[in-house]
Design a protein around this ligand. Structure first.
Ligand code: UDP
Ligand code: MG
Length: 309
């Protein structure tokens, strides 16, 4: 008999805990026939509402429901990592509790894994119901990542995927503090089958990501999986040196031929402002990598567990 661990990160999701459970156990019959057990691990990421109480209610009724609670909000990435670390299944799946990752796909995913894939991942092919500006920037992000990173990061990829134990163990070996799972899953490799589905809108509760949080998350993604911005800064540096050299010759020759008229205040100011802008920009890029390095070097734990059921 094999076991699938289903990891469900939750942050202030009291309305979703039970509907998710009810939707998920609709697959129970299918998995019973296949002689597969399901264990459900809710990871409470420091919720301030009744999420924990709701999960405890479920756990009292159903022995396959487990709960890990954090001492505070550590973020979804930490919750996923904790779930993967604590789970014991031969397979593990990560799913959002808001039913945006349809549990009805699970049997299909399992079939594919049985066929020999190490991982079955999902991506949404539409972004229906999402603010257009958010979709636009998301698309730009994925297009940029495709260009600047060697790691494959699919447009519209969800964190929803079923993985074999081999792949889970590989993911757990990446103990970095700045976690960007979509990149980590691609980085570890293994044979992955992609399933596509239409976007499902959240019906209860609200999204935990605003534009600014997503922007910072995208910076995490870029710095974690590409050093191209550093290369870009270096190339800019070289280009400016070449430009400066040409200007130097031009200015010296002009002085020798035409003397030294006190002119060019406007151009001087423009050059100073522009070049210092570029310098600050490049220092900023360096700073981003430096900040990430600083957090990594501290080796702080990725999460702290308060309670385990
Ligand atoms: N989540 C979490 N910690 C956080 C934010 C979100 O565990 O700090 C969980 C949340 O409860 C949900 C999943 O991550 O199960 C996805 O969050 P959300 O639905 O808000 O993201 P969206 O679907 O809008 O991208
Ligand atoms: Mg959601």
């Amino acid at each position: 008999m094999s076991l699938i661990s289903i990891i469900v990160p939750c942050y202030n999701e009291e309305e979703n805990v039970i509907p998710f459970y009810e939707e998920l156990i609709k697959n129970k019959e299918y998995f019973d026939k296949k002689d597969v057990d399901l264990e459900l691990i809710y990871v409470d990421d420091g919720s301030k509402d009744k999420t924990v109480a709701k999960v405890k209610e479920l756990a009292a009724k159903d022995k396959s429901v487990h709960l890990i609670t954090f001492s505070r909000n550590f973020g979804k990435e930490s919750a996923m990592y904790a779930g993967l670390k604590e789970c014991t299944g031969d397979y593990a799946a990560i799913m959002d509790v808001d039913l945006q990752d349809p549990p009805s796909l699970l049997p299909k995913m399992y079939e594919l894994v049985e066929e020999g894939y190490d991982s079955v991942a999902t991506r949404r092919v539409t972004r229906k119901g999402e603010p257009p500006i958010r979709s636009f920037f998301a698309r730009c992000f994925y297009r940029l990542m495709k260009k600047i990173s060697q790691t494959e990061i699919m447009d519209g990829a969800r964190d929803y995927r079923l993985m074999s134990r081999k792949m889970v163990d590989a993911v757990l070996e990446l103990t970095e503090y700045n976690r960007f799972s979509k990149g980590i899953f691609g980085w570890v490799g293994f044979e992955t089958k992609w399933l596509e589905f239409e976007n499902v809108e959240r019906t209860r509760g609200e999204t935990k990501w605003n534009f600014w949080k997503l922007f910072l998350y995208s910076i995490d993604g870029i710095t974690a999986f590409s050093t191209a911005p550093l290369m870009f800064a270096s190339v800019l540096g070289v280009l400016f040196c070449i430009f400066a050299f040409i200007m130097l010759i031009f200015v010296v020759v002009r002085k020798l031929l035409f003397g030294d008229p006190v002119d060019g205040w406007t151009s001087t100011v423009c050059i100073i402002i522009f070049v210092s802008g570029v310098q600050f920009f490049c220092t900023g890029i360096l700073g981003q990598y430096f900040a990430k390095m600083y957090m990594e070097v501290k080796k702080r734990p990725i999460y702290i567990i308060k309670e385990k059921i």
